[in-house]
Design a binder for this molecule. Structure first.
Ligand code: PGA
Length: 263
């Protein structure tokens, strides 16, 4: 009998990223990371990322094992210099973090982060060699007025204005409808797929079909073990950005397994 044909090469892995937001004290963060790591032995085809609060990045990066990656939750819109309290992208990278979340709606809404600031943060993060989880998503009023596609498109157009084809390889998009974040109200899998397909189509026009097909587009907003399967089964959903459910290792790992089961 001849040799078996090699398995079809996998173009891209799903990603499950946990955004811990402003939760956990240092020892609890370490404990949660260890619990998550302990459940990743059999995970092969899913990239798993945790985004702890910034003060813990270096310690977690130092103590992590295996393929788990560490992300910051945001970075400064400025470079090094006299900017009291700011953490530049290069500083975050030097802690051992490999990723940064940019443009989360909580930063945009509660901390007045403008499109311009998002663009600057994204560009500085890419220059520093970080991978970026770029968030976009509409409010409930945007969706109810039927403006959600235009809204998301303009957020992406704005953020990616100066990002070259090559630099775009380091970008993952997270679609997070604001009305679904932390509300327990999830977008239906059809709503998620519809927006993800729209985003991929826009990316095709901006970066070409190959880059658009290779770009991971994550869903975020009340994603949990009970709905992850259905969301991740959608053809244009390549995993999730998880808030509340990432604070409990068991729930987070169940979501990771749901992503893994899609491969
Ligand atoms: P949630 O948050 O899962 O708690 O809705 C998602 C996010 O804000 O990234």
């Amino acid at each position: 009998m001849g040799e078996l044909a090699p398995a079809k090469p996998k173009v891209m892995k799903n990603i499950v990223a946990g955004n811990w937001k402003s939760n956990k004290l240092m020892p609890e963060a370490l404990e949660l990371m260890n619990e998550v790591q302990a459940g990743l032995d059999s995970i092969q085809n899913t990239e798993v990322i945790i985004a702890p609060p910034s003060p813990y990045l270096a310690a977690l990066a130092e103590n992590k094992k295996g393929a788990l990656a560490i992300s910051a939750q945001q970075c400064s819109a400025t470079g090094m210099g006299a900017h009291t309290g700011e953490h530049t992208a290069e500083m975050l990278k030097s802690t051992g973090a490999e990723w940064v979340i940019i443009g989360h709606s909580e930063r945009r809404e509660r901390f007045g982060e403008s499109n311009e600031a998002v663009r600057s943060k994204l560009e500085l993060a890419l220059e520093a060699g970080l991978h970026v989880l770029l968030c976009c998503g509409e409010s409930l009023s945007n969706r109810e007025s039927g403006n959600h596609f235009d809204w998301v498109q303009s957020q992406l157009e704005d953020a990616l204005q100066n990002v070259s084809d090559q630099a775009f390889d380091q970008v993952v998009i997270a679609y997070e409808p604001i009305w679904a974040i932390g509300t327990g109200k999830t977008a239906s899998s059809d709503q998620a797929q519809e927006m993800h397909a729209f985003i991929r189509n826009w990316l095709s026009k901006r970066y070409g079909d190959v880059s658009a097909a290779a770009c991971r587009i994550l869903y975020g907003g009340s994603c949990k073990p009970s709905n992850a399967d259905e969301l991740f089964a959608q053809p244009d959903v390549n995993g999730g950005l998880i808030g509340g459910a990432s604070l409990n290792a068991e729930d987070f790992l169940a979501i990771v397994r749901a992503a893994e089961a899609q491969d």
